[in-house]
Design a protein around this ligand. Sequence first.
Ligand code: GDD
Ligand code: MG
Length: 360
Amino acid sequence: MKAIILAGGYGTRLRPLTLTKPKPLVEFCNKPMVLYQIEALAQFGVTHVILAVSYLSDMLHREMEVEAKRLNIKMSISREKKPLGTASALALARQYLEVGDDPFFVLLSDVICEFPFDEMIKFHKEKNCEATIAVTKAEEPSKCGVVIYEKDTGIIGRFVEKPFEYVSNDVNAGFYIFSTSVLDRLQLQPTSIEKEMFPAMAVDRQLYAFELKGFCMDVGQPKDYLTGTSQYLDYIRRSNPDRLTRENGTDGNVLVDSTAKIGERCRIGPNVVIGPRVIIQDDVCLKNCTILGDSLIKSHSCIADCIIGWGCNIGQRVRVESTSVLGLDVSVQDELFIKGGVIYPHKTISESIYEPKTLI
Ligand code: GDD
Ligand code: MG
C-alpha cells in the first residue's frame, strides 16, 4: 500500500520553532513528528510513502530520505512552490496515487497517535466507500474539523472545518484512507480536503467515521504540544517504561536523551523531555517542558510549561514559564524572569518579560 503525508504547511502556530525547521521535523519526545507516522506506516507494511512538501522542503527531503532507507521503504517527494491547500497537494501527487487502484493512506504530519491502520483498512473495505477518516473526541472542537455521524453505520452526514458555533465534539483526527475514486473529485484550483472535499463527500454519503480508541493528538501548537507530551510520556510509561529515566531527583515521567548531561541536586519532572547534547547544570528545576537539542540551562534556573528551542543558552537563576517558546539559539541573561515569551531565533534577552509577548 501507499501513503501520502501532507507536510508542506508553514506551521505558523508553532513559531518560532518553525522559522528555522519545518513543523514535521520539530522533535516531539526526541523524535521528529513526521517520523512517528513514517515508522508506523512502514511497520504496517506500507512500501511507498509520498511526502507532499513545500515550506523548507529541502531540509525535510534530506532528513527523511535517510529514514526511508533505514526503514527500507520507497519515498517520493511531491513539491509545491508554495502551499496551495491540502487537496491541491493531493492533486499534484496524483501520478503516484493512482498507480494500482489500491486505496491509500493520507496523513497530516503533526498528529501523534497509536495509528490502528490494520482495523481501519478492514473497516474501509467493509464499507466500500470513497473515504474513511479517523475520528476522536476533542475538548476544543472549534480548532478541528467536526463531524456528525451515525454511530451504528459510521456514515458522516456533516463535516464542518473549524466551526464558529458548537456542532459536536467528534472531530477529524487527521488521518484518512481514500479509494482512488477520490482523485476524480480533485480540481486544479487551490482547494482544501477539509474545507471543500469532505463537506461535499458527506453530502454524497461517501465519507465514513472510524472511531479511535487510544490517544490521538495534534501537537502543532505549543499548548497542545505540551499536553501531548505528558500524554505520550504516560503512554511510554505503560508500553515501554525502561525508556524513561529513573535517576534520583526525577519525579514522574521524564525522557532524557543518552547524550544529555544533568548536574547535581536538580529537580526534574514531571513531564519533561531533554534532547540530545543538552547540558543541565546543578540545582536546576524543570517541570512540564521540553528542552530541544544542544541547549544549556545554567545553575539554579527553573523552567516550567515551556519549549526551549535548539542551542539556547539560559543563564543562572533564570525563571521561564507560562507557555514560553524560545526559538533556535536564543540567549537569556542571568536572573531574568520570562513569562509567556515567544522569542524569535538568535535573540539575546537582557530584560525580564512580565506579560506574554512576542519578541521578533
Ligand atoms: N503539502 C501541503 N500543502 N501540506 C499542507 C498544506 C498545503 O497547502 N497545508 C497544510 N499542510 C499540512 C501541514 O504541514 C500539516 O502537516 C497538515 O497539512 C495539517 O495542517 P494544520 O495546519 O496542522 O491543520 P490543522 O491542525 O489546523 O487542522 C487539521 O488537522 C486537524 C486534526 O489535527 C484539519 O484538517 C482538521 O480537520 C483536523 O481536525
Ligand atoms: Mg495541525
